[in-house]
Design a binder for this molecule. Sequence first.
Ligand code: URA
Length: 229
Amino acid sequence: MIKKQIINEEILKSIDSNYVYNNEPINRFKKLNEPENIKLQLENLKNKISLIDNCDLKNNAKKMVFSDGNIKSQIMIVGEGPGEKEDEIGKPFVGDAGNLLNKMLSAININRESVYITNVVNFRPPNNRKPTSTEINRYSIYLRDHILIINPKILIIMGSTAMEALVGNNIKISKDRGKWKEIIIKNKTFTSIVTFHPAYLLRQPDQKKYSWSDLKEIRKKIDELNINI
Ligand code: URA
């Protein structure tokens, strides 16, 4: 033992006397800054979703539609699933419902680019049918992880599919919309509101008055929480 130490010291001296031997292990991990870290986690999640198998949605769709917007946003919107245009382009809310969503946001002084947008299911359901409960449950595991990564201060849940994925299916959207709820995901609490889906409003324009009241609630909360948008 003593002999070995002497030999090591001898070797060190012979190399360069200015070096001091440090017994600490080298830390090879680079500390990522926050946006780099979020990007990496999102890439991992995207990868996991692309590996889902035995799913009719995935097998029939052209593209995966993951998300759009600002990954550092404190506002996250969850819709239902891609339609035809979204499936072509690979981005959520780029068709007629997307145009209405953009208008709804700008009515409360929010720029679409400053929020983060995703859907419950990441592949277009055939003929735009509503995702089944099995599909909603399958994808809501990833949706929950998605929410944890973005960590929004306000979660906007649009339509009955997103409501089923995040709140459950024992409430009615017409009764429960416009009310603030705390949604807990892995011990983290998210301030959330359920509101009508823009595609529903296109079919039922008489319901826009309720949507407007929800949008004003959302604006109020943004100001209350001092959210930079
Ligand atoms: N409807 C949705 O719920 N999401 C989209 O991306 C497009 C339409």
